[in-house]
Write a protein that binds this ligand. Sequence first.
Ligand code: 3PG
Length: 215
Amino acid sequence: MSSKTDTLLSILKLQPVVPVLVIEDAATAVPLARALVAGGLKAIEITLRTPAALDAIRAVANEVEGAVTGAGTILNAAQYEQAVEAGSKFIVSPGTTQELIDAANDYEAAFLPGAATASEVMGLREEGYQVMKFFPAEQAGGAAYLKSLSSPLAGTFFCPTGGISLSNARDYLSLPNVVCVGGSWVAPAHLVAAGDWAGITKLAAEAFALKTANP
Ligand code: 3PG
């Protein structure tokens, strides 16, 4: 296993659930990340879906003790570079392109590329990847689909994301090929807008308490 894979696994195994954040106002990033860390969720993915995202990554990376800041929804090499420069320790993409694989080779940050089919998984295996994001998890076939990949594609591990919440996270976390799940449910927009950080810490703690088959 490569050292980058080891680094990625050490980040993903910090917790059963990686929060996936869409941050509209960079000023909310630090209190939100502190609330998540207080609930046990240290690895935090901030998606590049808003103009505030890079400022949010920078603020969390610099100011939130205990957080491991990652960037999500990275679609090209330019975003990869911006996310790394802002302080991201891991980079997540919904899919995979050659441009992203080349960018990942240029930086220390660990890359979690997206895959949703056996062929995509096999292509990533050829590039040396053993750990992938399964996206969009529920819509692509859910836990039953992912389970059926575990025998033919043994040795590949996933962080499923998309449509996962407290009610179905266990279906994924009990699979032999799942290291953690990702989800936005731990940071709902209405709690962020209300500044209800205690409410978010409670959701994070519930998520942290979930058990995984691959601790
Ligand atoms: C992602 O980018 O991983 C997803 O948008 C998160 O999916 P969710 O909002 O359904 O949890």
